[in-house]
Design a protein around this ligand. Structure first.
Ligand code: RAT
Ligand code: ZN
Length: 419
């Protein structure tokens, strides 16, 4: 017998329960497992030194950029804390995130005593913090961002795939597609591939082999690239050629989806280093052409500009081989997440992935997921209440099914179909 439908008043608490209790798969982060040594970032000083917070600090503090970069990590953390949390109220999303993370993980942010908070972190091992952060976020696994062009990281992979079921690989190929001659070519040569600057026929074969070899080595869930707002496709450029002749065929034959993260303007202010990137509206037709010309390829995508979000939903309606994911970076603010999630639900039903964390520092999981669940839960509750008002009542089991699909199932099915 079918489960009884929920009454109107039961809908919101039932959605809340389903959203809170569903274990998520975090499909894009910059986290690393302990096997990657110093790549794994965790602890209070790292949490404060998040590049989102560095940009905010340098707007408010009297010291200049150069003086900031001359400080050591702990001094920088002190300065960020003093500027953003003591001399001002920490209302930005990235600041509030630190507060939520501290509270969720068991430190007391209300005391405002950074040294006491440091003591709390000093008593915890990395493995314990992984357990705590994953539990606080209610996630089963995170997908890393794995760069075969990073020498130190590559060294870990050459020793063999770390057998860690909570940290899953994604093959990131930004240097290949965004800076072929300066960044990718030297690495290709150093790793023994007969590549050249002219992209000869032999070179293209070698690059396909490079991608294939790294897929063998990593067994990644997908391969990914971040792209500028002026990304065009097709295009007579190194990037255009490499996508057409190398990435798309390998992605198709190996059944490894290609993720395009579009709209980042790298280094708008280089003096801010990693905090110096910006964003702008991109041309949706590049993605539309990719999907239309390659109906048997699987594409994941997210855009960085708010101005692209509505047309992205419209594009996704046209292409079953396109799966939209997350509210990326500058989009990951409650007001924008609410707007985008609403827009997606209205145009795509439940056939999207509402969020990934993009966490760089382990403890960020303990705020990014709770914040995301809060907003996604309230948008979904409103949608189900609207349905009820129109005469359709869902059961608790149906709600759980839907939330499972959003947080895990849609991605898993997409990967299965691609493979
Ligand atoms: O969100 C971020 O931390 C950015 O710095 C980027 O790393 C971005 O998410 C990316 O994947 O390029
Ligand atoms: Zn990212």
């Amino acid at each position: 017998m079918a489960a009884p439908p929920l009454s109107y008043d039961e809908i919101s608490p039932a959605v809340e329960r389903a959203v809170q209790s569903q274990r998520a798969l975090d499909i894009h982060t910059h986290l690393f497992s302990p096997e990657f040594g110093a790549h794994m970032l965790w602890g209070i000083d790292e949490l404060l030194n998040y590049h989102y917070l560095i940009a905010e600090t340098l707007r408010q503090s009297d010291i200049g950029v150069d003086a900031f970069w001359k400080m050591n990590r702990a001094q920088q953390a002190d300065h960020i804390w003093q500027t953003l949390f003591i001399e001002n109220s920490p209302v930005s999303e990235a600041c509030r995130g630190v507060i939520t993370a501290l509270k969720t993980l068991g430190a007391d942010p209300a005391e405002r005593d950074l040294n006491r908070i440091r003591e709390f972190f000093a008593d915890t091992t990395a493995d314990e913090m992984i357990d705590r952060a994953f539990k606080a976020a209610n996630i089963g696994a995170v997908v890393m961002t794995n760069d075969p062009f990073d020498e130190e990281e590559a060294r870990v992979w050459f020793k063999g795939r770390p057998p860690n079921e909570r940290f899953l690989p994604a093959l990131r190929i930004d240097p290949l597609l965004n800076d072929y001659e300066e960044q990718a070519l030297p690495t290709l040569l150093a790793q023994g591939y007969h590549a050249d600057a002219a992209l000869s026929k032999q070179c293209l074969g070698e690059i396909r082999k490079f991608i294939n070899d790294w897929i063998d080595r990593m067994d990644p869930l997908y391969m990914a690239v971040s792209l500028p707002p002026d990304f065009a496709y097709p295009e007579e450029s190194i990037r255009g050629e490499l996508i057409r002749q190398c990435v798309l065929p390998v992605s198709y034959f190996r059944g490894v989806p290609f993720a395009l993260m579009i709209g980042v303007k790298r280094q708008v202010n280089p003096s801010l280093r990693m905090a110096g990137d910006g964003c702008a509206k991109a041309d949706m037709s590049a993605l539309e052409r990719l999907c239309a010309e390659n109906p048997n390829n699987a594409f994941l995508t997210t855009f960085l500009s708010r101005e692209n979000q509505h047309e992205l939903c419209v594009a996704a309606r046209k292409f079953p081989n396109l799966l939209v994911f997350g509210c990326w970076w500058f989009m990951n603010n409650p007001s924008v997440v609410e707007e985008i999630t609403c827009e997606r639900a209205e145009l795509l039903g439940l056939s999207f992935i509402p969020q990934h964390s993009d966490a760089r520092i382990l403890e960020q999981l303990a705020y990014k997921w709770p914040h995301a669940r809060e907003t996604i839960g309230s948008v979904l509750a409103e949608k189900y209440r609207g349905l009820a008002a129109s005469g359709w009542r869902v059961s608790a089991a149906e709600l759980e099914r839907d939330v499972h699909n959003l947080f895990v199932g849609n991605f898993q099915r997409f990967l299965e179909r691609a493979s």
